[in-house]
Design a protein around this ligand. Structure first.
Ligand code: SF4
Ligand code: SF4
Length: 203
């Protein structure tokens, strides 16, 4: 069920905006610690992810040797997409089922590892799409700017091992990241909706 929020909530980057919520985020199971709990081999990174133009610009300022990956920055062309910071998005390059930012010596994301090493909040340099997962902001049918389960979690054919399993929910797993990007007033409204939904489910 998709519910309209009392107002449109802007992200810290201005875009995206969240105007609706798909209540599946409150009821669909998800592991509390996500990937760590599943021992998964980064299936979700195998198809790459959408880079937002705000984070791409910041990442460009990082020393490539330090980051551990060479990038042909000029080759990426961004398309307009208000569902991402900066209002523009472009897919990462991926080859052999690996995103260009996947750690070459094992699993995990090079950007995330770099942030941990430097003591930087990973949401400063890792793309919005990667940070807000297992949620995403997307247009669903007639509804624009919906906070919803990530695309692959709405389509069972992706067979993500974290899909519809685990002892928490998509919302609880993503809550800190929703807070970071959209602030406490969105969380307050989501908490009220969540409590009402859970009463209905139990009732
Ligand atoms: S598919 Fe799920 S469990 Fe596997 S790495 Fe991605 S988020 Fe983690
Ligand atoms: S940027 Fe990092 S987290 Fe995002 S898809 Fe690529 S490897 Fe995965």
């Amino acid at each position: 069920m998709i519910l309209q929020l009392t107002k449109a909530y802007k992200s810290i980057h201005g875009l995206p905006v969240v105007s609706y919520v798909d209540t599946d985020i409150f009821t669909q199971n998800y592991p509390e610690t996500g990937c760590l709990e599943m021992g998964c081999q980064d299936i979700c990174c195998s198809g790459g992810a959408i880079m937002d133009s705000v984070t791409f610009k910041k990442l460009r300022e990082v020393d490539e040797e330090d980051l551990g990956v060479h990038i042909d920055w000029e080759t990426y062309e961004f398309d307009d997409d208000p569902c991402y910071p900066g209002g523009k998005g472009c897919y990462t390059t991926f080859t052999n089922n690996r995103c260009m930012f996947q750690n070459k010596n094992g699993f995990g994301c090079i950007i995330h590892s770099y942030c941990l090493k430097k003591g930087i909040d990973f949401r400063e340099l890792k793309f919005f799409a990667c940070c807000i997962f297992p949620c995403e902001v997307n247009n669903i049918g007639e509804y624009k700017n919906v906070l919803t389960p990530g695309y692959e979690l709405r389509h069972d054919e992706y067979n993500f091992p974290c899909n519809k399993t685990g002892n928490t929910t998509i919302y609880e797993n993503a809550k800190n990241d929703i807070l970071y990007y959209f602030g406490s007033s969105l969380i307050e409204e989501l908490e009220t909706i969540k409590n009402n939904i859970l009463i209905q489910v139990k009732g």
